[in-house]
Design a protein. Structure first.
Length: 367
């Protein structure tokens, strides 16, 4: 979605759509799926299984993209960010659709709903309540992705402060913050066990350094200019290869203190390399594909929130089953994503876009 505060970069929306697809295929695995990677390299299809199994990393890509984009908007800290207008813009971007989604959940769970449900939205606690998904877990209207709204908005409240501290104290301060979050996770794990991983995964304690690494990636992108585009492809390929290694090493990160503490920043660094490489690489000028992917990326918030209810509809009412092969995954995913896109168009053009049009400029010229 375009902003008043920066020139539109279509490729960032390309990556948003890619992040959504990763999350979708992960959620479409189903119970006891034969597509889960079990640590055995039998054939090239196992690479695809490993990628699908780690599709939840799409959430990390979303978060790194947020930090990266805000860093560009703030010109790496050179443009002061006015706090209240920034938060106002984020409210207009996130809260209207989230409120609509929340009231759908309340409708479905009317007998169990209380005023606390509204309070969870107002106090940014949508990631608390259920041990896996946060508030609003329901088999009748699945709302798993809503936990990320809380984490995102908590970061929004911190971003103007973080970028200001980076401007005043330098990048070493940001590196210190990343180290603080890693050691804090080690402290939490030491007092519990690695299974506390999912508490870290669903909260800003596990995710803040991913935002900060995204900010630092944005600063690097700005300072390195447009130099060396030929290195963009090797950078992306190296990041993808390392991501496979990461996926293999951290496949059971919820059972390892090392994985629970360190996997988040490692993931963020790899996605940062993908983002920078993708923005820099001189792809062929296929304007139709660029516009299509940018448009789909603009729908990514609606797609992200509503893909689970649409998937449930396909499974419950239209006789579709979870895929048992890579071919079935491709075919059935295409159908469900197409239906989700149709619904996302309605929510985007009636809710998201009209509110987003009211956003204001929140940066001031840098010194």
């Amino acid at each position: 979605m375009q902003s008043q505060n920066i020139r539109y970069i279509a490729r960032l929306d390309h990556l948003r759509f890619f992040a959504f697809v990763l999350v979708f295929v992960f959620h479409f695995l189903g119970p006891d799926s034969p597509l889960v990677f079990h640590g055995e390299w039998m054939n090239p299809k196992d690479l695809a299984k490993l990628w699908i199994q780690n599709g939840s990393s799409g959430v990390s890509l979303f978060l790194v993209l947020s930090g990266f984009l805000f860093s560009l908007i703030a010109d790496g800290g050179r443009k002061p960010v006015r706090y209240l207008p920034f938060v106002y813009n984020r409210i207009l971007r996130i809260i209207p659709l989230t409120t609509f989604f929340l009231f759908l959940i309340i409708t479905v769970n009317r007998a169990e709903s209380t005023p606390m449900d509204i309070l969870r939205l107002l106090t940014l606690q949508l990631n608390t309540g259920h041990p896996w998904t946060g508030w609003g877990h329901s088999d009748a209207f699945p709302s798993g992705p809503i936990w990320t709204i809380a984490v995102e908005f908590q970061f929004y409240l911190l971003f103007p402060l973080i970028i200001g501290f980076i401007r005043d104290k330098g990048i070493r301060w940001a590196l210190g913050l990343i180290l603080l979050m890693i050691t804090t996770r080690l402290l939490i794990i030491g007092n519990n066990n690695p299974h506390i991983f999912y508490n870290l995964y669903h909260t800003i304690t596990g995710r803040l350094d991913q935002f900060v690494i995204g900010i630092l990636a944005g600063i690097y992108y700005l300072r390195s200019g447009d130099a060396r585009p030929a290195r963009a492809l090797p950078l992306m390929l190296a990041a993808v290869v390392l991501f496979y290694a990461f996926s293999y090493l951290f496949a059971q990160r919820h059972e390892s203190w090392f994985g629970a503490a360190f996997s988040f920043p490692v993931e963020a660094v790899l996605w940062s390399a993908v983002i920078i490489g993708y923005l820099r690489f001189p792809f062929p000028n296929w304007s139709w594909l660029d516009r299509l992917l940018a448009w789909l990326g603009g729908l990514s918030f609606s797609l992200y929130l509503f893909h689970l209810p649409v998937t449930l509809l396909a499974l419950k009412r239209f006789g579709m089953s979870y895929p048992q092969s890579l071919t079935e995954m491709l075919q059935r995913s295409a159908v469900i994503i197409a239906v989700t896109i149709a619904y996302a168009c309605l929510t985007y053009y009636t809710i998201e876009k009209p509110f987003a049009a009211r956003r204001v400029k929140y940066t001031t010229p840098g010194s």
